[in-house]
Design a protein around this ligand. Structure first.
Ligand SMILES: *[C@@H]1O[C@H](CO)[C@@H](O)[C@H](O)[C@H]1NC(C)=O
Ligand SMILES: *[C@@H]1O[C@H](CO)[C@@H](O)[C@H](O)[C@H]1NC(C)=O
Ligand SMILES: *[C@@H]1O[C@H](CO)[C@@H](O)[C@H](O)[C@H]1NC(C)=O
Ligand SMILES: *[C@@H]1O[C@H](CO)[C@@H](O)[C@H](O)[C@H]1NC(C)=O
Ligand SMILES: *[C@@H]1O[C@H](CO)[C@@H](O)[C@H](O)[C@H]1NC(C)=O
Ligand SMILES: *[C@@H]1O[C@H](CO)[C@@H](O)[C@H](O)[C@H]1NC(C)=O
Ligand SMILES: *[C@@H]1O[C@H](CO)[C@@H](O)[C@H](O)[C@H]1NC(C)=O
Ligand SMILES: *[C@@H]1O[C@H](CO)[C@@H](O)[C@H](O)[C@H]1NC(C)=O
Length: 334
């Protein structure tokens, strides 16, 4: 399979080479560039030469044409400010032997966009978690669109890219849209789009890129605790922390089975709380979420600590007594 592939590549390479040689053999002209890429309003220079005797050589072009010359073997198509979008120059020759022939020079005239901007189609801010929104990227006055790629980013992550099959060589405006369904993690995310002109090997070393300003997304979402209950063993100090993320910032209310709590803070720090269940509810305009703190007494643990300490003290006392008694009786023997 692979060999077959390489075989095909080799065959097409041979064929391409043959065609190239054939074309050159047919028309005894040589251009020093296969293809040129010029910025609109930029300068360009391409040489056309021949090694045969001829009866006239020239450049035909709507800008920078060179009239037929009988004495030169090298002539130059030169434009200092190219301002024609669909220019198709060609170099021609009337060889002494054979018929007139010509070689065309493919020219790509490009222009970076005047502006790249981003907006929402829905025009509603802030966004709501889980709903769908349409972002729009407007690229103004860019050419040629067949080399344009519009890329969508969230932060540094590439989300999507679009290319165009249009063949216009004059500047156009392009609008590209992106559907998003933001979640809570997207709150504060920066979306942006970028227009890139990939002009090929003959183009600028770094493809021209133009970016929109970042579009800051605000997402509203309801509070959501990571767990709905939490067990806390009562210690000298007790802290019940109900703090939870939500946009807009949530308000808090507390309730308990045996206490009347009128607290609006997200955290309760107290040593006076008695064991029991404390329910906290966080809420904002998007919704609410409750969490139960189960406060347990440390009594059981304390009981066992007292028992074990008692046993340890008793053992120590007995051993001390035995050692004392042994030593004393030894002394009395001497
Ligand atoms: C054109 O000029 C180049 C460099 O001087 C030379 O190598 C080449 O053979 C010439 N081409 C023709 C068709 O005479
Ligand atoms: C051919 O080119 C030479 C050098 O640029 C110039 O001196 C001559 O006048 C040209 N001849 C014609 C017929 O244009
Ligand atoms: C935003 O606009 C898109 C496309 O017009 C639509 O599908 C979507 O439902 C809209 N979203 C909201 C929240 O209105
Ligand atoms: C592109 O948009 C600009 C501004 O809206 C407008 O003036 C121009 O005519 C548009 N160009 C094309 C090719 O539609
Ligand atoms: C677009 O980017 C090119 C280089 O990539 C820069 O020269 C040009 O000024 C930029 N255009 C705008 C409108 O920022
Ligand atoms: C409560 O929990 C939140 C989120 O886990 C944390 O940022 C905050 O510092 C905690 N508050 C206290 C007083 O420890
Ligand atoms: C809760 O306390 C606030 C002041 O801190 C008071 O205005 C409000 O009436 C109290 N609510 C209840 C139900 O006791
Ligand atoms: C406290 O909550 C737990 C779990 O939600 C439940 O099993 C227990 O019966 C509650 N205790 C009281 C006193 O309501």
């Amino acid at each position: 399979m692979l060999q077959c592939f390489y075989g095909l590549v080799y065959l097409s390479a041979v064929l391409a080479f043959a065609t190239l040689n054939g074309a050159e053999a047919e028309c005894p002209l040589q251009l020093d560039s296969r293809r040129v890429v010029v910025r609109y309003g930029g300068s360009v220079e391409v040489n056309c030469n021949t090694s045969v005797l001829h009866n006239g050589i020239g450049w035909e072009a709507s800008e920078g044409g060179v009239s037929k010359n009988y004495t030169q073997s090298l002539i130059t198509w030169r434009v200092s400010e190219l301002t024609e979008w669909g220019i198709n120059p060609y170099c021609y020759i009337n060889p002494n032997k054979g018929a007139q022939c010509q070689i065309e020079l493919p020219v790509t005239v490009y222009k970076t966009p005047d502006s790249v901007s981003i907006s929402t189609v829905n025009n509603t801010e802030p966004m709501i978690e889980g709903q769908q929104y349409e972002l729009q990227c407007d690229v103004h006055d860019v050419a040629p669109v067949q080399y344009l790629t519009v890329k969508w980013y969230k932060g540094q992550t590439l989300l999507h890219q679009t290319t165009f099959s249009d063949t216009d060589n004059t500047p156009v405006n392009k609008t590209v849209t992106l559907l998003i369904r933001p979640d809570r993690d997207d709150d504060g995310a920066k979306y942006w789009c970028e227009a890139e002109l990939d002009l090929g090997a003959e183009g600028p070393q770094h493809p021209p890129k133009n970016s929109s300003k970042p579009f800051n997304v605000e997402v509203q979402y309801k509070p959501q605790h990571s767990s709905s209950t939490e067990t806390i063993i009562k210690d000298v100090k007790v802290m019940l922390n109900c703090t939870v993320k939500a946009n807009p910032a949530p308000g808090y209310t507390w309730s308990s089975d045996h206490l009347n709590l009128n607290i609006s803070s997200s955290v309760i720090k107290s040593s006076a709380l008695s064991p029991g269940n404390y329910t906290c509810t966080a809420r904002n305009i998007m919704g609410r979420d409750s969490k139960v703190f189960i406060l347990k007494s440390k009594e059981r643990t304390t009981f066992w600590v007292i028992v074990l300490t008692g046993v340890a003290v008793a053992v120590a006392l007995i051993m001390a007594y035995l050692i004392f008694k042994f030593t004393f009786s030894k002394n009395s023997l001497i």
